[in-house]
Design a protein around this ligand. Structure first.
Ligand SMILES: Nc1ncnc2c1ncn2[C@@H]1O[C@H](COP(=O)(O)OP(=O)(O)OP(=O)(O)O)[C@@H](O)[C@H]1O
Ligand SMILES: [Mg+2]
Length: 456
């Protein structure tokens, strides 16, 4: 049998309870015995005082002994001198005597009475040594047989109850131990269910005791966080497969349809162009996923150098010149000079490009995009303000999540996969900065990055 913690607790509980019970029973037993003996002592003393007061005759004859028995009211009487020689005795034959203890006899001759317990012919006696006069002491005895019998009964009662007490204590202890470790059992059961995949399981909080409640609370909090992570991971995995499947299905479909019959070169060209769009999308998704996976595993090494933020922003705007013209957008660049930041240039380029790309993508034709830089006591701030639809308040936190898009169809049509802001946020935070978004009064979105100048 495996020894469990419950068994150990039961053993400790039973051992302590039984030990206390034994100590208590012994105390009761001995104090009961003492009280019985002291009753006898009192009786003997009273009898001796009466006999001494009435006077004790000299000599040794059956008559005198009878008188003594009558006087003392006790059938065990002896009168002896200082040497222990007996002059009067009621003990059946005249030569018999209780065991003599000279020190006690001497003590009585010195005027101090004392008690003794002796065994005589297999029977226990309580004996009082009482001073009578200069040459004699009185020894009065009382058989302790009855007292012994009573104590024996008490012991018997205790030992006959012992198995019952033992069973009760062990059963009770086992029960209490069970209740004490119930939260641990629940923890184990819950952990087991979770192991089998039921992440919604929680332990009830209504256990008495602060320590247990804290343990349960910490465990449940841990489960909340695991559940969030696992669900996020599941969502991410299903999003990844969905994002990859859609362009692949589109590619497969268009290739299959195209191959059904012979076509003119212009038709092939058009299909290839469409397919290139999907391939580019797939390429971008796989690049972005790879970057995020490396970021998650902390295997991106920053190659830091001093970067002129304004110059970098100017280059980004320039790179997007065609798109700006295509949509007839106005781009306002309001830079505060000079702004140098120690960072990984490629990564910062990626982050700022994502924000500018979003502004371009989500701003309708003829709109305006304002790119602004500023140095404040917080650090360097870079903001992108567009005249697009903005971001509804309920989506503002979530747009930084992987694959999250406010308007799924629209952003997919524009080639977006919903990873840009997640990557941007990671890059900015890796450089010790922060990113936030709000809507301008005119409705457009304002994304603001703050980069710390000191700890970069
Ligand atoms: N300037 C903006 N105006 C309005 N909505 C925006 C803007 N920037 C981002 N969003 C919303 O936030 C979502 C997430 O943006 P994110 O850059 O992560 O993905 P995406 O642009 O759709 O795809 P990707 O950047 O991966 O090509 C977008 O789909 C869009 O709904
Ligand atoms: Mg984007």
């Amino acid at each position: 049998m495996t020894i469990t913690f419950r068994h150990k607790l039961t053993f400790i509980y039973s051992f302590v309870t039984l030990s206390l019970l034994l100590v208590f029973a012994s105390a009761v037993y001995f104090s009961f015995r003492n009280s019985l003996v002291s009753d006898i002592d009192g009786l003997l003393l009273a009898e001796a005082r009466i006999a001494a007061a009435e006077g004790i005759a000299d000599g040794s004859s059956g008559e005198i002994e009878k008188v003594m028995i009558k006087k003392t009211g006790n059938e065990y009487v002896q009168v002896s001198n200082i040497r222990g020689d007996i002059s009067i005795t009621s003990l059946r034959s005249g030569t018999l005597s209780w065991p003599i203890k000279l020190p006690l006899i001497e003590k009585a001759f010195n005027g101090v009475y004392s008690f003794d317990t002796v065994s005589f012919r297999g029977e226990p006696y309580r004996i009082l040594h009482f001073p009578v006069d200069k040459s004699r002491i009185l020894r009065l005895g009382y058989s302790l047989q009855k007292v012994d019998a009573e104590l024996r009964e008490l012991r018997k009662l205790f030992f006959s109850l012992l198995p019952f007490i033992l069973i009760t204590v062990v059963v009770f202890g086992y029960n209490i131990a069970g209740r004490t470790i119930l939260p641990v059992v629940r923890l184990t059961e819950t952990a087991d269910k979770i192991k089998k995949g039921d992440l919604k399981e929680r332990i009830q909080l209504d256990y008495p005791g602060l320590e247990i409640r804290n343990l349960v609370r910490v465990f449940n909090d841990m489960l909340d966080s695991i559940q969030r992570h696992v669900e996020g991971h599941k969502r991410f995995t299903s999003d990844v497969s969905h994002e990859i499947r859609s362009p692949l299905t589109a590619l497969k479909g268009s290739i299959e349809v195209t191959l059904r019959r012979r076509r003119k070169p212009e038709e092939y060209e058009e299909v290839l162009k469409k397919n290139l769009f999907e391939v580019n999308r797939l390429h971008k998704i796989s690049d972005n996923l790879l970057l995020l996976a490396r970021a998650d595993h902390d295997i991106i090494e920053l190659r830091n150098s001093w970067v002129d933020i304004n110059e970098l922003l100017g280059l980004i705007v320039e790179r997007h010149r065609n798109k700006i013209l295509e949509k007839s957008l106005s781009v306002m660049e309001e830079y505060q000079e000079p702004l140098e930041f120690l960072c990984d240039r490629d990564l910062l380029d990626e982050a700022l490009s994502n924000l500018f790309d979003n502004a371009l993508k989500y701003t309708p034709d003829n709109g305006t995009i304002t790119v602004k830089t500023e140095q404040s006591f917080n650090g360097i701030t870079v903001s992108f303000h567009d005249t697009g639809p903005g971001i509804p308040e309920r989506d503002r936190e979530r747009v930084f999540e992987r694959f999250y898009r406010v308007d799924k169809t629209r952003s997919r049509l524009s080639g977006g996969s919903g990873l840009g802001l997640a990557i941007t946020k990671w890059i900015i935070e890796t450089h010790g900065g922060s990113i936030s978004v709000k809507n301008h009064d005119d409705g457009g979105a304002i994304f603001t990055i703050t980069l710390p100048v000191d700890d970069a």
